[in-house]
Design a protein. Sequence first.
Length: 202
Amino acid sequence: MESSFQRDKHAEFALSAMVSMIMIILFSAIVAGLTLMMIEQAFMESRSQSVEQSESLNSIPMVLTLEMENYDSIDNTNDRIYIVFKFPYASSNIPDTNVKWALICDNGGATTHSHFVALSEGDFDFATTLTGNALDQNAINEFEPHTYYHMILRGNSPNNNGECDLEEGLAASLVIAVENGRTTEIDFLIPDGVENGEDLLS
């Protein structure tokens, strides 16, 4: 009787140990599976971020031509700058509204040595391919890599509220920024006696 009780006790202990071992193995398998999932997810996110970062870094606007399209000697109402550009390193298309420009100039008084930093800005929604007129909002919706485009920047943009007035002898900057991408800055000078079609990159 006592011998039978001991055997039952040993069997119960062995069964309990086996159940515990099975639970430990299952728990270890679950933990290992979750760890693998976390590592895989981390690699996927890292790869996705790397691709996005690479695309952003490659979205560098290259300005090939910067000319005075029209010079307004009175104010900035009819100031126009003509620009030719492309995105030679972009790996995918870029929406035209994701590219912004800003004209920054100091319209302070030369005699009083005062400074007034003025800004005119807009996006590239009016850009066209070289076969277009460089001022058509509906011509394109996005920029393709390795394609040449042109556009006319208006000094009174946006909505006739731009303040940058291009004057003779004025030092100004053109900033082009791609959303979540790169920025290009071009410093230029409006020469004395500036004429329409004058090259501002030289």
